[in-house]
Design a protein around this ligand. Structure first.
Ligand code: ZN
Ligand code: ZN
Length: 219
């Protein structure tokens, strides 16, 4: 999987969900603030679709195949993290990505993760950097035919999944950064004064109409 969590793309509405189903041990009905949330498409491996469909709380709108090499923010296949593990190159100047992409299956790997699993030693890196067609440990020993088949398969292993917007409880903002951000944007829009298009520029800056008129008239 490329993203473990759905990313909130936009919050479009807000309401108070009134819970009428009162349990016997509750003295008050629990009302809950909720936000209607749209999501960024989720990238998944094809085999995982079955698992997503089993989740009845979310409705899939569409699934579209996407080639692995077209994925921009691919994660490391070992640790599932898309971020860099190294801030700078060994030489200490420009920031670098330490993510290596397999020329056969197009999967990506951190150098440090490959090393940790003992596929490589640090001294191997200079050779890998010099190769234009590095292949990952899973592809390295395949025959030419097998490589071709695997390369072809990588064009069809992923799906881009879109979801129907759902009402999400406000409490989630504590643990869901993109949801929190989208609520901020939504609420900023709610309190912003409407733009008065009838005003001219000076009036919009706070000049009173009477001042503007007397100025221009007296000159
Ligand atoms: Zn990694
Ligand atoms: Zn590979």
């Amino acid at each position: 999987m490329y993203q473990y969590h759905l990313q909130a793309a936009k919050v479009v509405d807000h309401h108070l969900h009134v819970n009428n189903k009162r349990r016997a041990d509750e003295t008050e009905a629990e009302n809950q603030e909720q936000y209607l949330t749209h999501y960024e498409p989720l990238l998944i491996e094809k085999w995982a679709l079955r698992l997503l469909k089993a989740n009845k709380s979310r409705t899939i709108i569409s699934t579209e195949p996407i080639a692995r090499m077209d994925v921009e923010d691919a994660v490391c296949e070992i640790c599932c993290d898309p971020g860099t593990r190294e801030e700078h190159t060994e030489q200490g100047n420009s920031p670098t990505t330490d993510m290596y992409q397999c020329s056969v299956c197009n999967r990506t790997y951190h150098w440090s993760c490959l090393k940790q699993l003992q596929f490589y030693k640090e001294e191997d890196r200079i050779n890998i950097d010099a190769q234009s067609d590095w292949s990952c440990p899973a592809c390295h020993d395949l025959s030419l035919d097998e490589k071709e088949a695997r390369s072809h398969a990588s064009q069809h292993e992923l799906l881009k999944v879109t979801w129907r917007p759902t009402w999400e409880p406000k409490e989630l903002l504590q643990s869901w950064a993109s949801f929190w951000q989208m609520i901020q944007i939504y609420e900023a829009k709610q309190i912003a004064p409407p733009l008065d298009e009838g005003l001219d520029n000076l009036e919009r800056q706070g000049f009173r109409t009477s001042i503007i008129h007397s100025r221009w008239k007296s000159t």
